[in-house]
Design a binder for this molecule. Sequence first.
Ligand SMILES: Nc1ncnc2c1ncn2[C@@H]1O[C@H](COP(=O)(O)OP(=O)(O)OP(=O)(O)O)[C@@H](O)[C@H]1O
Ligand SMILES: [Mg+2]
Length: 323
Amino acid sequence: MSLVEIKNLKVHYPIRSGFFNRITDSVNAVDGISFNIEAGETYGLVGESGSGKSTTGKSVVGLEKVTSGSIMYKGKDITKKANRKSLDYNHDVQMIFQDSLSSLNPRKRIEDIIAEPLRNFEHLDKDSEKLRVLQLLDIVGLDADALYKYPHQFSGGQRQRIGVARAVATNPKLIIADEPVSALDLSVQAQVLNFMKKIQREFNISYLFISHDLGVVRHMCNNIAIMNNGRLVEIGTRDDIYNHPMHIYTKRLLAAIPETNVSQRAEHRAQRLAVEEVYREQQDKYYDKDGLAYPLVQITPTHSVALPEALAEQLKHEGEVQA
Ligand SMILES: Nc1ncnc2c1ncn2[C@@H]1O[C@H](COP(=O)(O)OP(=O)(O)OP(=O)(O)O)[C@@H](O)[C@H]1O
Ligand SMILES: [Mg+2]
C-alpha cells in the first residue's frame, strides 16, 4: 500500500451566469487523475500554468472540495471529513504555499506564524514552544532575531524558508510543496531545495512537489506525473520522463528547460523550435476531438502515457528499435 493513493480525482468549479445565477458550465480544473506517493519519496507534479496543479495539491490537504474520486491516505479515504479526523490528517499533512507573501499573515510575527500549527495540535507550554520555534528557525538557517520580525522584513527566499519551517513544525509525514522555489533566484532555489532534502532525510517526509519547471524537478523527484489541462498525459520514473518521453506535451516541457551552458544555447534553441513545429503539426494525434488528453496506457510497469492504443504501440515499437 502506498502512503497516498489518488484515484480518478476530479475537481470541477461551477460557472454561474445569467439573471438567476444558474450553473451554466464548469471549469474542469482536475479531470480524473490517478497516482500514488510512496512513504519518504518526492513525487513530482509538473505542468504549465492553469493545468490544475495547485487545485490537486489543495484537494490533497483538504482545502478544496473534491467533486469525485478518492484520495486514500494509509488506506482510508480522506475526502471524508470523519476519516481526516480519525487519522490526525491535518496534523500529518502540511502545505508550503506557492506565494509566500500572501500565505504568511502580514500582521503576525514570525514566532507566532511558525508556532501556529504547534498551538493547533501540540499544546506545548510557553518555554517548550519557544525552544521548538528556535529549533525550526535553525533547521531552515535563520537567526533567532527573526522571531520578533514580520514577514515583510524578509526576502523572498527567507520567507519561503519560514513557510518551510511552519510546514515541518508538527513533524508531518507528507508535505504538499506548491512551487516552493519558483519565485526565487537560482542560487537561493538551491539552498531551499537542499533544506527540503535534508529535513526529508532526517524526518522521513514525503513530498508532493509541484512545479512548472522540469529542470528543478529532475533534482528532486524519482517519480513524476505530467499534468496538462486537468489530466495526466504521462507518468514515469525520472529515467522514463527525461530519457524516454513519449507524449508531445512532455517533450515540449523538456525542450523548455533553459540551457545553462552558453556554448550550447544556439543548438538548444534550434531543438526547441523543432519540437514546437512538431507540436503544431502533430497535436491532433495526441488529443481527442475535444482537445483533451486520452486515458493513460501502460507502456512499462513504471511508465504510462495518454495516447490512443495504436499510437502508443507505434511509439513503443519505434522506441525499442532506437534502443
Ligand atoms: N476557485 C476557482 N474557481 C474557478 N476556477 C478556478 C478556481 N481555482 C482555480 N480555477 C481554475 O482552475 C484551473 C487550474 O488552476 P490551478 O491554480 O490549479 O492551476 P496551476 O496548475 O496551479 O497553475 P499555476 O502554475 O499558474 O499556479 C485554472 O483554469 C483556474 O483558472
Ligand atoms: Mg498553482
